[in-house]
Ligand binder design. Sequence first.
Ligand SMILES: [Zn+2]
Ligand SMILES: [Zn+2]
Length: 391
Amino acid sequence: MLQEVVRVIREGDERGNGMIVRFPFPSGLEIVGLATKNFYGGDWDFGPSWNYLVYADQTFLVDTGRVGMGAALIEMLDIAGVSLADIDSLIVSHGHEDHDGGLCEVATATGAKVRAHQIYERLIRFFPDQAPADVRKDFPASCWHCFMPESFSNEHCLAYHQARNRLQVETVGDGAGSLCEGVRAVHLPGHSPDALAVLVGEEAILLGDTVLPEITPFPTREAFSDPVREILPPAYSSPDSVYGLRAYIRSLKRLDEIARQIPEALALPAHRLFYNRGWNELDLRARIDQILDHHIQRSAHILEILKGGPRTVRELAVEHFPASALEGVGILMGENEIISHCELLFAAGDVGPVDNETYSATGSTHFESLIRSLGSEQGDMTGSGRAGHPF
Ligand SMILES: [Zn+2]
Ligand SMILES: [Zn+2]
C-alpha cells in the first residue's frame, strides 16, 4: 500500500533526512511527508522526525521537527508547493522536542493556530510556585522529571521552552470534537502524557511516536505524575492514567481497536517511515502485537535477573542491555526503561522495593496476565488508580 501510493518529491540521505514525499490517495485526499533532521546518534538514533501536512477540509500540519528545524521545514513546504497562508493549524502529536521544537518558528511564519492535547497546553507553562523543590524552576512542568543532563537542556531547550510558553494553544482530543470534517484526534498517552494520533477518515492514521517501525518507543514512568498532579486536570490525577507503561499499553490496545475498524488506513509513523535506504510499511496491528510482546519479554528478563537477588536500577540496566546501548545518554535511557518496567512489575505484585533504587522479586509472575488485561473490556487486573511506583 505505502509503496503504491508514495511519490518522492525530493530524495533525502540514506536515513531519509531531508526527504519530501506525497501520498495522493485514490479518494483525492493528499498528505505530504517531510523528514526533518534529528541529532541522536548510536543505538538510540530514531532517524529524522516525519512531519505530515494534510490537505483535508482544512489544511493542517502535524509536527514541526526539532529545535532549529523550523526554517528548514518551511523551505521544504515551499519545495512541496504548499502555500504557508493556506495552513489552518499546526497539530502537536506530543510535546517532545523532536516534534514541537520548530513550532514557534512555523507558527510565526504561517500564522496558523496551534492545536494540541490539553495536557500539552498545561505542561508547557511555568509554575514557579508549584514546582517541587528539587527541580529547576526556569523549566516548564513538562520537564520537571527530565533525566537529560543539565548541559544538554541548557543548550537545546531553554530558549525553546520560553518561546513555547508564549504560544496560545487550542486543545483537541478526548472527545473535544473533530479537528475538521472527517479528521479526529485520539489521545494515546504513555510514551508522552499528551500523545495524540490523528485519524484522517478511513485512509490514514498519523501515529506520532506511539507506534514506530523498527524501534520501540520508550515509555514514561508513573512516578512522573507526582510533581504535576496539581497542574493537570483532575481526570489525569491517578499515577497510571497518562504516564508509565500501563498507560502506554492501554493506548496500544485502543489503537489496535481503531486499526481493526479501519484496516485499510495507511499508518504513518513520526520516525523511520524511510530508513537505511528503504521504506518501512507498517502493518499496524501486527506491529502493536510485536511491541506488546517486546514489553512482555523485557519484563520477563528483568524478573529473571531479580530472581538471582535484589538489584539496583543501574545494575538491572547493565545486565539487561548490551554495553553499546548504554554509552553516553544511553545509560539514562536504559535506566528509564528499567524503571518503567519495574513499575509495571510492582503493580502486578511481582517485585517489591528494597530501598529507593533497589528492587527484589516477590516470587510471583503475574505481569503477563496484567499486560494482557490492560485496557480490556473486563477491566484491568489492577484497575486504574493504584500507584505502580513504590518510591
Ligand atoms: Zn517522542
Ligand atoms: Zn520522536
